[in-house]
Design a protein around this ligand. Sequence first.
Ligand code: GLP
Length: 238
Amino acid sequence: MRVYCAKNYEEASTLAADLIAAQILLKPDSVLGLATGSTPIGAYQRLIAKYEAGELDLSQVKTMNLDEYRGLDSENPNGYRYFMNHQLFDHVNIKIENTNVPDGKKDPAQACGEYDAILERIGGIDLQLLGLGHNGHIGFNEPAEEFSKTTHCVDLSESTIEANARFFDSEDQVPRQAYTMGIQSIMQAKMILIMACGADKKEIVKKAFWGPICPQVPASVLQLHNNVILVGDEACLG
Ligand code: GLP
């Protein structure tokens, strides 16, 4: 694993955006695995700036998002499809039909089965961007007894519901379930770029990357991947 400790969130976002842009320059038809949450927003803003400056062409890029809340449709401002459209896709020249997010309105078997079929058809992920939950979750793969494989429906943990309540009007509006790409699918990406910023992620970063590998800390599995870049800031990694 390569670790880059940036001074602050802004610098970490610039670094992450530079790495993603380099991937697209090297392989214009890259498949990017994308993440939601607050952490990647700065990187998305910088990718938009690069596109506006004529430095980046996403016309051939394809994307697979990690996860979606069960029950939320694409128009729901708290849904991850909406998030991606507003934070990135609507502002660059990516073809919307080349972007994929699990369908929160479908039942678990259909939504997850279809998503795995897309992943297979698309031929795997070149670069997977990840954030990190406070309990070590990646995507919505919560602490569990074993590492998950493919896309599946999860019951969100109380701590995740609490942490994500800030995006909703109240905590009881946070969906209790989500569809997420599995750990195995994430691990099959050729390169993984995980971002962790802020003092509140310090403990979990230590556990995940310098502690034992176990499904109770889902991100710890990344220690077994041979091409992981961790980008963080001094508050988190210093
Ligand atoms: C959500 C998402 C994750 C994300 C995590 C951390 O639970 N499903 O993909 O990594 O939140 O979010 P944040 O970056 O806001 O701390």
